[in-house]
Ligand binder design. Structure first.
Ligand code: ADP
Ligand code: MG
Length: 200
């Protein structure tokens, strides 16, 4: 597994991983598969980090540990100086597909994660992110009537509108066709730079 860094952000550590180890246990046989061993990683605020490696090397496992969905078997994971003990709304994990709620419109999906704003502020936030991800005109559309790329745009907008401190993305454009993926990648980089988000 390798880590590519873009050192444009200020060097404030936000994620710190020390000597993390993880094994999956097969409950029927009792045998274990060691997936992560001796993982050390520091991620600074505003960095856009890519974890690269072959299929099965443990990228999703590591992201799930960072997001608080899986506990590490040993080692330490801290975010903003606090040990990660579970998921938090300050960290959002976006998957390859299937993250949008099919029973909500684009507008309702994006509004879903917004906490602590007035009705007017919520609407303004939704409008801002609808526009940012290029979905103006589709606010009242349900996900089934969107393309795969548009659905991932909804998911990105929903995540950004919730204003997390860190965005974890697990091959978010992996299910899209090549050209859409290229476009989404370059749009994502532009949006994340504009939003000053920490992205892994
Ligand atoms: P990547 O995301 O890099 O493709 P994963 O983190 O999904 O890799 O998987 C790493 C290894 O852990 C693989 O060998 C996979 O088979 C195994 N694994 C993943 N999820 C489970 C699970 N729930 N139970 C047992 N083994 C798993
Ligand atoms: Mg994976």
């Amino acid at each position: 597994m390798g880590v590519q860094r873009n050192m444009s952000g200020p060097p404030v550590p936000i994620v710190s991983v020390r000597d993390v180890q993880f094994r999956y246990r097969n409950p029927s046989t009792g045998s274990c598969v060691e997936v992560l061993k001796g993982i050390d990683l520091d991620i600074c605020e505003g960095e856009f980090i890519c974890i690269i490696g072959p299929s099965g090397c443990g990228k999703s496992t590591l992201l799930n540990i960072l997001a608080g969905f899986l506990p590490a078997c040993s080692g330490e994971v801290a975010i903003e100086g606090e040990a990660v003990t579970g998921p938090s709304r300050h960290r959002i994990l976006i998957f390859q597909e299937g993250g949008v709620f099919p029973w909500l419109t684009v507008r309702q999906n994006i509004e879903f994660g917004i906490v602590g704003l007035s009705r007017n502020e919520r609407h303004a936030t939704v409008e801002r992110y609808v526009k940012m991800v290029g979905l103006s005109g589709f606010e009242a559309t349900y996900p089934h009537a969107l393309s795969g790329g548009m659905r991932q745009r909804v998911e990105l907008a929903r995540a950004l509108a919730a204003n997390p401190r860190i965005l974890f993305m697990d091959e978010p454009f992996g299910s899209l066709d090549y050209l859409t993926r290229l476009k989404m990648r370059s749009d994502l980089i532009g949006i994340c730079q504009a939003e000053q988000k920490t992205v892994v």
